[in-house]
Every structure is written in structure tokens, then in C-alpha cells.
Design a protein around this ligand. Sequence first.
Ligand code: GCB
Length: 583
Amino acid sequence: MLKPRSTATRELVSLDGLWRFALDGGPGPLDTTLEAAVPASYNDLFTDSAIRDHVGWVWYQRQVRVPRGWAGERVVLRVDAATHQGRVYVGDILVAEHVGGYTPFEADVTEHVRAGQEFRLTIGVNNELTDTTIPPGTITVTADGRRRQTYLHDFYNYAGLARSVWLCSRPAVHVEDITVVTAMDGTVEYAVRTSAPAQVRVRVLDATGTQVATADGTNGALRIEDVRLWRPGAAYLYDLVAEVLDGERVVDSYPEPFGVRTVEVRGTRFLINGEPFYFTGFGRHEDTPVRGKGHDNAYLVHDFQLMDWIGANSFRTSHYPYAEEVMEFADRHGIVVIDETAAVGLNLAVASGLTGAPPRPTFSPDTFGEATREAHAQAIRELVARDKNHPSVVMWCIANEPASNEEGAREYFEPLVELTRKLDPTRPVSYAAVLFATHDNDRIADLFDVLCINRYYGWYVATGDLATAETYLEHDLRGWADRFGKPIMMSEYGADTMPGLHSVWDTPWTEEYQQAYLEMNHRVFDRIEAFVGEHVWNFADFQTSHGIHRVDGNKKGVFTRDRRPKAAAHALRARWRSLGSRK
Ligand code: GCB
């Protein structure tokens, strides 16, 4: 699924802005005075709790004019994300439907529109989560008849059109997909798929726009002389321009940015370009006040600035694929990404109050069974299809905290790991392991390349007792390292912290405690040979559903929700700036 771009043969109209909005509706003209911003989650825009807590479909609508110069072109509507399910109508006609809230979809609407004319565009968006959606959830009905959405993940179920919507023109015969695989000697293997059999030429341009290699045909390899590698902290991008030719005439032209770099797991090392890489950074969220998960370029720039300030070289897209603008920014600025699907909450033990004993087995035909796995497989397919050419992406994370210790986990995950490897043989695959999954009882870790471990010793366990926490943590991590002999990284560790709360003792929720907690973790990490990285939970405070353990959301941010540093930020900065990318 190629990102929409304006090229010599393609044009783009952004449909972002204010759309009419209603809870009740359909493709017909909406009877409403409400307007919603796109991109933004709709939940926090309005003061009406019936909108914030709504479960089901909502409706967005606007008029769209097709540019008059588009006669003879294919006209395509592209929705970057509709969380969690979208239906797109041109006038009264359903032109696209998509399930999965964080990956794009499109519809060729040429037959339903006319160049120069207006049409009514309606997008229905449904926020329901069930046993067979990724992420999963449950809808219950209260005594007074209200439908309520519950879910097993710790972030607010923001919904709506949180990313951009586009109207695009495309030539009839066009480039549909590009895959680029690189080697350090400058070899670039490529595959181009076109909408119909066609003559294809590819050209590689360097960052100055100079052509450095060219080849003919839909598949092949070319070689960049004196190649400049994409490196963490020192990005360098080329464009692979795929052209569809009709004789000498260029019918379609699409530039796909890529970087030349390799990724490899060797023994207990994680190698980028053959050199050991040590991850420093965060699990993050797409989360800001008012916008919810709405993409915002000002926050994008500022968040990357803060990551640079603090010395972070990487992050995980916890717990869903992020906006493509984020991925491209990481490509351009040399930030390393672990790219995660939205498979968070495949664990009924978490629902039972962190006891570790699920009320029902997590993996079974009545809970998460074959239909869930198929939805999960589709989420993996769409993530790899969207993100496979990003040099910043060095690893797939196919699930966060699944019940990997439970019966059925292996049967559930084995085909998904195989699928991921088949879709992309070039990147390591991981999942993030929950506390109840230990080196003794985990059933799936051997299927993966890197052990990503989420642990909260000193917070959820041994709360306020960092000495005990330190022994627990070391025992736990050594167990994983010894049993599996793979690289190991801490994919989450963190402590909720109220900015401005202080203490001279080890008092949870204070700024000092967050700092002492992180330092304790770092002492342990530094003693373990196979350690390849540390991602603090979380970059910034974020909104969650209501809970007695959440104070206006999760407060484990190193930055507040409005991106001010807590004391721990300064301590992390000192550590990470001295560590660099290699330990
Ligand atoms: C976890 C989850 C993350 C939560 C975090 C917490 O293990 O992966 O989504 O937000 O713990 O703060 O409890």
C-alpha cells in the first residue's frame, strides 16, 4: 500500500479540515450542527459525554470537488486510518470498507465521480472492539440499557479519523507496490507491481537528486557505487523511482524513499550494518490533549526533538502502527523503530486484576480463537505491506503482552511468526512479554529473534522496595538470558509519577522515586551480557480508561502529557547521552 504522493503523474488533494459530524446517520445528508476536525479522534473534541462514551458508528461528511483537470485519470479516495472500522460512501454508494484502526485503505471511485464536479463524501467509523478484532474488547450493556466498551489494554479507546484523508489521481496503468531490499555493498533488490502488465524502469536518485543507478523490468537488482549507508543517528535516503513506460513516454512515476542498511541478530547481539546496536528510548503512544490519537505535525517535530534532547536513539510503536508521517520522519532523522501491530490485550489474566490466573483460558474457540488469529494475521499483513521499505524499522513486534505462558499460545503464535517471516525475511521478529510469562513457563519465546521483556519490579511488584525489586529483576532477566541465549531488551519499565511530588524516601509517585527506579533497572541491565536495549515506559503521560490505579491517565511518562520533563528526564539524558548507540 503505497503512500499517496504528488508526482509528475499523480496529484493529491488533502481532505483534512472540518467535516460535519453526527452519532446518528448514514450516507444520506447528515442532520447535524456538529463539526469535527480531521485528523483527530472525535472523543475529546466535544463536551457531550454521550459522544465521548459512544459505542458504535459515528458519521463524518463533507462535499468534495474533483479537480477539473482530472478527466481521464483514475480517482482514488485514501483514508490513512479509520479507528477501528471504516465505511466510505460516495453519495449513497458504498465504495470501501475496512477493519483495523491503524492501517490505511483506499477505493477507486472513478466510476462514481466526474472531474470538475462535487460529490458528497461520507465516512462511517465504528469504534467497537470484540473477541475477533485487533485489539480485542468486550461490549456490555448496563442495567439502564447503555452499551459500554471494555478492553484489556491500558490506553483510551480513541476513535474516528485520526489521520489524513486524501483524494488522489492516478494514471490508469500505474505502480501499485514497490519492495526494496538492500545490502551494505550497495546492492538494491527491487520488485515493482503494476496495475496491469507494463514496461517498467527504475532509477535510483541520491539525496541531491542525482541518478546513481538504473534498471529495466519489474524485478531485479541494481548496484549503487560508493553507497552511503543509512545509520542510526546519521540517516541517508535514496529514492527508488519506479516508472511505467509506454515506449519512451513515462505514464506513471512514483518515488519510494529507502535507506541502504542491514539488520541482523547474531548470537546475543543486535546488529545494524554489522555493528552492535543498543536501543535507548521509549515505548510511546500517539496521544495528546484534545486531539486524542489525532496526528499532529507540531507534536511530531517536538516529540522527536525531545527524544534527541534526551539521547534516545529508538522507540517502539506501542501498541499499534503509527501514522506514516511518523515513520518517514524517523527515516529522515535516523531514529530506529520497533514496529508493533495493534495486538495488545490477548491476555485474560490482565483483565482479572493482574493476578496471573485468567478466569477463562485466553486461547480457545470461545475466547481468542481462529477468527481472532485471522484478524491478527491481517493486521500483520497490512503492517508489513505499509512499512516494509522504511529503513528506520528494524524489527516487527507482533503482540504486546499476550498470554504466552498459557496453553494454546504456541498454536496461536507459530503460524503468525511464520507469516511475518514469509512477508519479510529481512527483519527480526519479537513480541513483548508480560510479567506472568517467565523464562520457566513461557511457551513461545524460542520462535522469536529478540527477547523483549516488560517488567515493573519496584512498581507493581515490590512496590516502594527497590532493594527487593533489584534482586527479583536480576533473577528474572538472567533466567531468560540463560534459557534462550538470544539478545534481550527491556521493552517496558516505568513508574507512575506525579510531577511536583517529592520525597527524601523511596516513595512511589514522587519524581525522585521514578529516577531511583530507573537507576535500579539500569544497574541490572548493565550486569547482563546479552542486553541490547532499554525502552522506558513511557515517553509521555497518556490517557487511559477509568481505573482506581489511574489518575487522569497513566503517569509513567518521563515527560508530562504536555511534554514537560519530569526529574527522571534529566537523569536519563545523562545516561543515554553517554551510552550512545553502542555499549
Ligand atoms: C504494561 C502495558 C502497557 C501499560 C503498562 C502500565 O505492561 O504493556 O500498555 O500501560 O504496563 O503502565 O501498566
